[in-house]
Design a protein around this ligand. Structure first.
Ligand SMILES: [Zn+2]
Length: 165
């Protein structure tokens, strides 16, 4: 019986002047740009949901939280993380570790990282030492480097705790 599973998630959204940048449920207050999407555009939370769905091999972010769902309008994406983790636990898995990076070249994210970690760990119901969030600038390259978009990539490791759901 398999007692470990991994999942990989990635998300990217465009950035616009005068919008709010939300990452891991944290409002990056000094950012002049932010997301203009159906939900709050929180790419880190979206990548985490995607990774969790991947680890139980059951769809992806869009399967669980469809973009055309009117309830998702202005939704707090960290709530999607909470909901997806409930599904994962219901299937008999616990989160052993999560590692991630957020890529954006034009806003300093490092001062906000600890708050993102704390928020994400809280939503997942695990200690903060099981959650890693890193900031990348992309060395000015590509959409993220130029500040036209912000992306997040996440990997999760699950450990089986109960019966197969
Ligand atoms: Zn997204």
């Amino acid at each position: 019986m398999d007692d470990r599973s991994i999942g990989l998630g990635r998300d990217i959204h465009r950035l616009f002047e005068g919008r709010t940048l939300v990452l891991g449920g944290v409002v990056v207050e000094d950012s002049p740009v932010g997301f203009d999407t159906h939900s709050d555009g929180d790419v880190l939370s979206h990548a985490i949901v995607d990774a969790l769905a991947g680890a139980i091999a059951d769809g992806d972010l869009g399967t669980w939280y469809p973009e055309d769902d009117p309830d998702a309008e202005d939704a707090r994406s960290l709530g999607f993380v909470e909901g997806m983790m409930r599904v994962v636990r219901g299937r008999g898995w616990e989160l052993e570790h999560l590692d991630s990076f957020v890529t954006l070249g034009t806003v300093r994210l490092r001062p906000w990282i600890d708050r993102m970690r704390a928020n994400v760990a809280d939503a997942l119901g695990v200690p903060a030492e099981r959650v890693s969030v890193k900031a990348r600038s992309n060395d000015g390259l590509g959409f993220e480097g130029a500040g036209e978009a912000c992306s997040a990539t996440t990997v999760v490791l699950l450990r089986r705790t109960g019966a197969r759901g």
